[in-house]
Write a protein that binds this ligand. Structure first.
Ligand SMILES: Cc1cc2nc3c(=O)[nH]c(=O)nc-3n(C[C@H](O)[C@H](O)[C@H](O)COP(=O)(O)O)c2cc1C
Length: 379
């Protein structure tokens, strides 16, 4: 573990208090003074191998029904898909990551460029800072102006949304000219996080209210702990457009928040106690009420290549997200803010090709039939 993060936090492991801005821009105006440093820690730690789950992953037990006789040509394979009437070049997207930090802006610019050039969806990182900071609003205005055809999805946490008036949420979506809103559920992360706000009372009611009051599709996601089968049923009653499972198997937020505490502290230990928490994609694969839910199922959490994406589509996923792999392909040196956008584009090409190879290897020319025929088995 890089000592930089732990050292900086020495003596600061107590929960910090939040305060009200004297010069508010948008209500509810609760300033989060640790936002920037926390988001920077997240970027650095997500690229640290020990925050990634690599063992006992259900996705590694999923296999595709390959054939020696595809009876099509590779050039016949198309992976284009749609989101709310908008054509996408692929069924995979950039999962919500960063925003509001100095480190974040060039990273988001690169992601927005990729989204624009390749017509894939990009979830932006939590826009919580826009609730009180004009500079955060300006940052997104700049990016939007530069990349007018990028397909951006807004992002706010459920615990913030519970106390945020719908008007403010609408403003944030409009400012970004977002094509949808992602609500992230992160109860476990908020508990481990030193500045966390684990307040989730009336969460489902809030989701339902927003679905009715907003003009854009609402997507609900986890951040790497997944949803139980009971949750998946309950979410159906809210009318959400899509549920992004974001399960265990990739970036682990209990470990990330734990590693922000001083070395050998009890708080660090508590984070690791919960590092195997939650559900992985097995929960979805074995979900018996699948056919009866009306939302689109999206999958993320531990998706690392085009074959993983194909596996998820075969289990019924409409869109598939990756977070950490995009960052890993882009960032050469986080400290020196050295990025390689060409590498990011090459990662897109690699992923796109792998997905096509997987479909071809199973004898499918498009995603619809591949998904419908459930071209997978578990071993
Ligand atoms: C650096 C970083 C920052 C993240 N910030 C957010 C966020 O602000 N909002 C959110 O919904 N998810 C956030 N996530 C979670 C991801 O969207 C995703 O759900 C999770 O990391 C699992 O995907 P992965 O295994 O592909 O990384 C973040 C992930 C990373 C790596």
């Amino acid at each position: 573990m890089k000592s930089r993060i732990n050292k900086r936090k020495k003596g600061s492991s107590k929960r910090r208090s939040f305060f009200i801005s004297k010069k508010p821009s948008i209500a509810p105006l609760v300033v989060d003074p640790t936002f920037d440093s926390r988001k920077s820690d997240h970027l650095v730690l997500s690229l640290d191998g020990q925050t990634q789950t690599v063992q006992n992953r259900f996705i590694d037990r999923i296999h595709l029904k390959a054939t020696a006789f595809p009876e099509i040509n590779f050039s016949d394979v198309s992976v284009v898909t749609q989101f709310n009437g908008q054509q996408l070049s692929a069924p995979f997207f950039i999962s919500s990551m960063t925003s509001g930090t100095a480190l974040g802006e060039p990273i988001n610019e690169a992601f927005a460029l990729l989204s624009q050039e390749k017509q894939i969806l990009m979830g932006v990182g939590s826009q919580r800072k826009e609730l009180y900071s004009e500079s955060a609003q300006a940052e997104w205005k700049r990016i939007r102006k530069k990349y007018p055809r990028s397909l951006l999805l807004s992002n706010l946490g459920l615990s913030q949304l519970i106390t945020t008036p719908s008007d403010q949420v609408k403003k944030i979506i409009e400012n970004l000219e977002a094509v949808g809103l992602i609500i992230h559920c992160n109860a476990m992360q908020e508990c481990i996080q030193m500045e966390g706000t684990p307040n989730f009372q009336s969460g489902l009611k809030t989701i339902e209210k927003l679905v009715h009051e907003l003009d854009v599709p609402v997507i609900v996601k986890e951040v790497g702990f997944g949803f139980s089968q009971a949750d998946l049923v309950r979410l159906n009653q809210t009318g959400v457009y899509a549920v992004d499972f974001s399960g265990r198997g990739g970036t682990n937020w209990a470990r990330i928040e734990a590693l922000r505490y001083p070395k050998k502290s009890f708080q660090l230990d508590t984070g690791f106690v919960f590092s195997d928490w939650g559900y992985d994609i097995q929960e979805w694969v074995e979900f018996h009420d699948k056919e009866s839910v009306s939302y689109q199922f999206w999958s993320s959490g531990g998706i690392r290549n085009g074959l993983d994406i194909a596996k998820m589509v075969s289990t019924g996923a409409y869109l598939v997200g990756m977070a950490q792999p995009w960052l890993k392909s882009l960032v050469i040196d986080m400290k020196k803010k050295k990025l390689n956008t060409e590498n990011l584009f090459q990662f897109y090409d690699k992923t796109h090709k792998e997905l096509k190879i997987a479909l071809f290897g199973c004898g499918y020319a498009n995603l619809d039939l591949f998904r419908k025929n459930k071209a997978f088995y578990v071993r």
